[in-house]
Write a protein that binds this ligand. Structure first.
Ligand code: MN
Length: 275
């Protein structure tokens, strides 16, 4: 009787133990594999009253680098924006519209200023400030590069061609394919970008007419064109926050390797936050 009872109990216990062990191992392995897929928030935009949109090149670059892209739609709810930032392991601030000079750096608009999106300005600046507060890695691209400067107290050229003598200016709005580099950018040796790319001179694409003017006190310029336009920056003492005026996501999404390390670096940083 006892033996029967013991047998009855012991066998299921063994099975239960083995099943439990198998389950634990599976959970641990799954946990490890998903931990290598950090969430990368990508700031979205919208036309007035239109759909949320993000150029697919940002999404494809994050996927190629091993991250999980999460698009953040514009909104003005502080709790929602905070939850967005707390949910991700890194942030990409994307390109887009001009930045309102009056609201953001107290300068009257000049005729060369392009389309502005006040709702997006407010949303993007909130994202950047929260991500800085939370010490989340941030890659800022084009408009994002300019907004990082503005969010930290810097100013912009509203329109390079009308604010800088044309004889000293390069063509910053290229009419070549997006993946194609058209001007040189000289990088500061030992800057995060020079280390990531393994060089101090790159040829980048260029799609902008605004540019960083007065650099915010907590940022340092790490890349310029020959005529002095600021093409890259990083945060003083924090290489987890860095920016480029050009568009590395376009060649990267086409499978080109020139600027791919920018995205693998970001995903690597993001993986550390949630090991
Ligand atoms: Mn440029």
């Amino acid at each position: 009787m006892y033996i029967c009872i013991l047998n009855y109990i012991v066998i299921p216990m063994k099975r239960f133990f083995l099943l439990h062990l198998l389950l634990c191992v599976t959970v641990i392995l799954l946990g490890q594999s998903t931990a290598k897929l950090p969430l990368i928030g990508i700031s979205g935009t919208h036309a007035t009253g239109g759909d949320t949109q993000v150029n697919s090149s940002y999404i494809e670059s994050v996927l190629r680098a091993g991250g999980v892209p999460v698009v953040f739609p514009i909104n003005d709810n502080p709790e929602v924006i905070k939850k967005m930032i707390l949910s991700v392991d890194a942030l990409i601030m994307t390109g887009g519209e001009d930045i309102d000079p009056l609201k953001n750096y107290n300068e009257e608009p000049i005729p060369g200023l392009g389309e502005i999106n006040p709702e997006r300005d407010a949303f993007d600046i909130a994202l950047i400030k929260l991500a800085l507060d939370q010490n989340i890695p941030i890659l800022c691209i084009c408009r994002g590069h300019q907004l990082l400067n503005v969010a930290c107290g810097g100013t912009l050229y509203q329109d390079l061609p009308s604010q800088i003598q044309s004889s000293g200016l390069l063509k910053h709005r290229q009419q070549a394919p997006g993946w194609y580099g058209t001007h040189r950018v000289e990088l500061t040796p030992n800057s995060v970008l020079a280390k990531i790319l393994g060089t101090t001179s790159v040829v980048s694409n260029s799609f902008h007419h605004q540019a960083v003017k007065d650099v915010a006190p907590n940022l340092v310029v790490t890349g310029r064109t020959g005529n002095g336009v600021v093409e890259a920056m990083e945060m003083k003492g924090n290489p987890r926050v860095f920016s480029v005026q050009f568009h590395p996501e376009i060649p990267t999404s086409r499978g080109m390797d020139d600027f791919f390390p920018i995205f693998t670096y970001l995903v690597e940083l993001a993986s550390y936050k949630r090991p």
